[in-house]
Ligand binder design. Sequence first.
Ligand SMILES: [Ca+2]
Ligand SMILES: [Ca+2]
Ligand SMILES: [Ca+2]
Ligand SMILES: [Ca+2]
Length: 496
Amino acid sequence: MGAIWGDMDNDGDEDLFLYRWGTPTVYENMGDESFFRMVANNGLPRHVNANTALWTDVNRDGILDLFLGGYYHEDVNLFHVTSTRLMPDSYEYATNGGLNYLFLGRGDGTFEDVSKEFGIQVDRRWTLASTAADLNNDGYPDLILANDYGVDQIFINEEGRQFRESGEEMGIGFAPKSGMSASVADLYGTGVYSIYISNISEPGVLMQGNNLWVATGKREEVPSYQNIAGSVGVERGEWGYGGLLTDLNNDGYPDLYLANGYISDEPGTDYWYDYAKVVGGHKEIIIDAKNWPAMNGRTFSGYQRNKIWLNSGSGKFREVGAAVGGTEITDSRAVAMIDLHKDGSQDLVVANQHQPVLVYHNHQEPDRKWIGFRLEGSQSNRSAIGAEVLIHWDQRVSRQTVHGGNAFSSQSQRALLFGLHDTKTVERAEIRWPSGVVQILNEPETGTYHTVLEPSSLNGSRLLDVSRPSDGATTSNESYSPDAIKTSILPTPSNL
Ligand SMILES: [Ca+2]
Ligand SMILES: [Ca+2]
Ligand SMILES: [Ca+2]
Ligand SMILES: [Ca+2]
C-alpha cells in the first residue's frame, strides 16, 4: 500500500518502511547500495492490513518512531480468506476495522509497541490515511487520521507520553464520511494549519463532500475546526483519494491537488445501485462480503479527472486542472510532490490503479520567487521529520512541517519549498527543530535551497519555551476567523 523513508538509526542513510495488507517490513539501508530486510524480532507485528504509516518522533528523543494504521481487522488475511464476514459492520459508524499502532524507535531498527500505553489503540476504526503536525503549538507532533466508514480523528500528543483523542473537542469528530486522505498546510499565510480530508461524492447517489477544516480561535489555544470546503469551493471531488495541499504556482498560498476516480471499467455500466443497496442495509448485510454483488466488470465512479484547485489567497479556490495540463482520465490513488529539477517548482507524481504512474513537470511563470530548505538534524532525528520552518516575508508568515508520510499512501520530498510570488526578500526564517532548538536565519537568500544542519550547541539559537510564545507569528494574539475569508471576493488570477 505504501512506503516511507526516514533515517531510523541516524547513520545518514535513508531507511525504508514498507506497509501492506500483510507483514510490515523495515529495510535498513546498509550504506553500500544494499538493504537489509528485517523480518524477525524487530518489535513489529506479523500481520497488519495497513493502509497508512508515518515516520514521526512522537517523544522527541531524536529517534524516529512509527505510526501504522490498520484498515481490515488484523485477523483477516485477504489472500487466504476463511470467513466472508470481513466487511465493515456499519457504513457510518463501523467498529470492526484494524487496530492502529504506535512503535517507539530504539534507534537500531527495532521498535517497542506502545500502542496501548500511548492511547493509540482505543477503537477499531477503518483508518485509510494519516498525517502528523503540531496543531496546538506545544512542540509535539499530533496525529490526524482519515477514517473510512466513520468520523475522522485528531490525537493530541501529551508531551510525548500519551495521546488524547480530541476529534470531537476540536470540532472534526462529527459527520461520518469515507475519509481517504489527510493533508495539512498554512493556507492563508497566518502560521496556522488547515486540514484537508478527501471523501466521496457521486452526484445523485452519495454527496459526502470533502472537508477543509480551518482553525478558529486564538493561536495559542488548542484550535477548534470548522469545515469551510463548501464555501471556498473545494468540496466536490468525486471519488477522492490522495489530496495534497502544496503551492503549485509559487504565489505563497498552498493549492490543492486531488487524485480521484475509483474503477473505470465497462463504459456505460455502473455498480453504484448495488453498492448503495448493500451499504444502506442492516449490519448483518453490510458486514458479509457474500452479500456484496459481484462487480462483473462494471464501472464504479470511474472516468474521473483529477482536480487542481488554485488558492486565491483570500479564501476561494478555483479548479483549473484541465487548463493547466491535468487532462488525464485515471483511477488515481496517491500523489506526491517533488522538485525534480531543483529549480523551485513543485512537480507532481501520481500513482494510478492498473495504469502507469504519471509525472507532471510544473512550468512556472519565470519571475515567480521562491526559497527552499533542506534540513538535517543533529540532536533531532537526522531526517528532520517533524521540524518546522516559518518564513517571515511580505508582512506575513508561512509555515511548513517536514513530513514522514502524508496524504494517501505517499510521502513527498522532505526539503521544504516556499513560493514567494514576486517578493525578492525574506525577512527571516525560523526553524523549529524537534529537539526544541529554534534557529533563526536572517534575510536568507531567495531562489535557492538552503542546506541547514541543526546547531549542536545553542550558539546563535535558543531553546523553544512553549510557555512563552516566541517572536513573530506565534506571539500574535489576534484571532483568526474563517468568516473573514468566506466573505472575500475571488480575484481573477493574472496567470495560472
Ligand atoms: Ca539509516
Ligand atoms: Ca522517538
Ligand atoms: Ca502538539
Ligand atoms: Ca498557490
